[in-house]
Design a protein around this ligand. Structure first.
Ligand code: NAD
Ligand code: IPM
Ligand code: MN
Length: 350
C-alpha cells in the first residue's frame, strides 16, 4: 500500500466549492486501490485573515511542509475589499508557498478536449504545455516606491533572473519536449528586456545543444499572443518567465474551453519540498457560493498531483473520466457538485 499525506487548502470564494469536488474524485479514484491519502485541511486565505489577521504563519508553513503534496483551490478576497487593503493574500500566501517550497516549475497543460467548444473558429489540434518559471521574475518582490502619493512618485518592480534559476526551468522544459512532440518555444521580450532576454536566450541555446532532437524556436511575447489565437497547434512546449507565463496561461485557458478547465502544478522536481496543485483560476467572487463554478480544473489538478506522486494509473483514470464527462456534457447547466458527482461516478463504475 502506498500512503501519502496531502495538505488541502480550499481557500476563498469558489475555492472550497471546487476543492470539495476534487477531493470527491480523489476518494473515488483511490477507493479499492492500495493508494491512500491522509488529508489535513488548512484554513487559509482571506477568510482566515479577516478572522485572525494571519495570512500564512511560520507554523502553517512548517506544518504544510510535512506533507507529500498540496491541493489548493484558490485564494483572494473580493478585489477592492477595503478590509483586505493591507493583507496581500496573493503574495503572503500563494507566492510565499511557491517561493518557500521552491516550486520553480509552474506546469500548465492546455488541451482542447473532444466535445469542447473553442471560441476559435478553426483551432486545430490544441495540445501544449506552458512551463512557467515559478520563483523568479517580477514576482520576487524586489522593488519599492518613493514619494508615494505625490506627483513625483517612483515605483519600481525589478525582475530577477538568475543563471541558476533560468537554467533549471529550461532543462525541465527540454525534458518535457523530449517526452512530447519534440518542439520547444521560448517566449520572452528580448527586443526590449535585453538583460533578462539575453540570459534566457543564451541558456536555451546552450541547453538546446545537448538536446539535438528538440526543435527550438523563439517568439516575442506579443507575437506569441497572436499565434495562440491564430495557430495554437504550432505549440508543443512553451518555456517562459513567471509573468509572461501567468498571462499566456489565462489566454491558453480561454482558447481551450475556458478557465474552468485549466489545471496547474507548482512543482519542485527534485522532491525536496511538496509540490502544489491548483486550478489556474482564482476565487471568482462574482460566482462564489452559487454552485456555478466548474470544478474540472481542480479535478484535472488532482490528475497532475497523482501523476507527480507516481500514481500514473490513477492519474490516467481521472483524465479519462474527465474527458468522458466533457464529451457528454453538452450545453447542460449542472451545479459544481453535479459535475463532481458525475466524474466520481464514472470512476467507481470503471
Ligand atoms: P478569477 O479567475 O477568479 O475569475 C475570472 C473570471 O473567470 C470570472 O468571471 C470568474 O467567474 C470566472 N471563473 C473563474 N473560475 C471559474 C470556474 N471554475 N468556473 C467558471 N468560471 C470561472 O480571476 P480574478 O477575478 O482576476 O481574481 C479573483 C481573485 O482571485 C483575486 O483576489 C485574485 O488575486 C485571486 N486569484 C487567485 C488565484 C489563485 O489562488 N491561484 C489565481 C488567480 C486569481
Ligand atoms: C495564478 C494567479 C497568481 C499568479 C496570483 C493570484 C498571484 O494569477 O496562479 O495564475 O499571478 O501567479
Ligand atoms: Mn494567473
Amino acid at each position: 500500500p502506498q500512503s501519502f499525506k496531502l495538505a488541502v487548502i480550499p481557500g476563498d470564494g469558489i475555492g472550497p466549492e471546487v476543492v470539495a469536488e476534487a477531493v470527491k474524485v480523489l476518494d473515488a479514484v483511490t477507493e479499492g486501490t492500495d493508494l491512500t491519502f491522509e488529508k489535513t485541511h488548512f484554513s487559509l486565505g482571506a477568510g482566515r485573515f479577516l478572522e485572525t489577521g494571519d495570512v500564512l504563519t511560520d507554523g502553517d508553513l512548517a506544518a504544510i511542509e510535512q506533507h507529500d503534496a498540496i491541493l489548493l483551490g484558490a485564494v483572494g478576497g473580493v478585489p477592492g475589499d477595503p478590509r483586505l487593503a493591507n493583507a496581500n493574500i496573493e503574495r503572503g500566501l500563494l507566492l510565499r508557498l511557491r517561493f518557500s517550497l521552491d516550486h520553480y516549475v509552474n506546469l500548465r497543460p492546455t488541451r482542447l478536449f473532444p466535445g469542447i467548444a473553442s471560441p476559435l473558429a478553426d483551432p486545430g489540434e490544441v495540445d501544449f504545455v506552458v512551463v512557467r518559471e515559478g520563483t523568479e521574475g517580477p514576482y520576487v518582490g524586489n522593488g519599492g516606491a518613493i514619494r508615494v502619493g505625490t506627483p513625483h512618485e517612483v515605483a519600481n518592480e525589478v525582475s530577477v533572473n538568475t543563471a541558476f534559476g533560468v537554467e533549471r526551468v529550461v532543462r525541465y522544459a527540454f525534458g518535457q519536449a523530449e517526452s512530447r512532440r519534440g518542439r520547444l518555444t521560448l517566449v520572452h521580450k528580448t527586443n526590449v528586456l535585453t538583460f533578462a532576454g539575453s540570459l534566457w536566450k543564451r541558456t536555451v541555446d546552450a541547453v538546446a545543444a545537448e538536446h539535438p532532437s528538440v526543435v527550438v524556436d523563439y517568439l516575442h511575447v506579443d507575437a506569441a499572443t497572436i499565434f495562440l489565437v491564430t495557430n495554437p497547434a504550432r505549440f508543443d512546449v512553451i518555456v517562459t518567465d513567471n509573468l509572461f507565463g501567468d498571462i499566456l496561461t489565462d489566454l491558453a485557458a480561454a482558447i481551450s474551453g475556458g478557465i474552468g478547465l485549466a489545471a496547474s502544478g507548482n512543482i519542485n522536481p527534485e522532491g525536496d519540498f511538496p509540490s502544489m496543485f491548483e486550478p489556474v483560476h482564482g476565487s471568482a467572487p462574482d460566482i462564489a457560493g452559487q454552485q456555478k463554478a466548474d470544478p474540472t480544473a481542480a479535478i484535472l489538478s488532482v490528475a497532475l498531483l497523482l501523476r507527480h506522486l507516481g500514481a500514473a494509473d490513477a492519474a490516467d483514470r481521472v483524465d479519462r473520466a474527465v474527458i468522458a464527462d466533457l464529451a457528454a456534457r453538452g450545453p447542460s447547466h449542472r451545479t459544481t457538485a453535479e459535475i463532481g458527482d458525475t466524474i466520481a461516478a464514472l470512476l467507481t463504475q470503471n
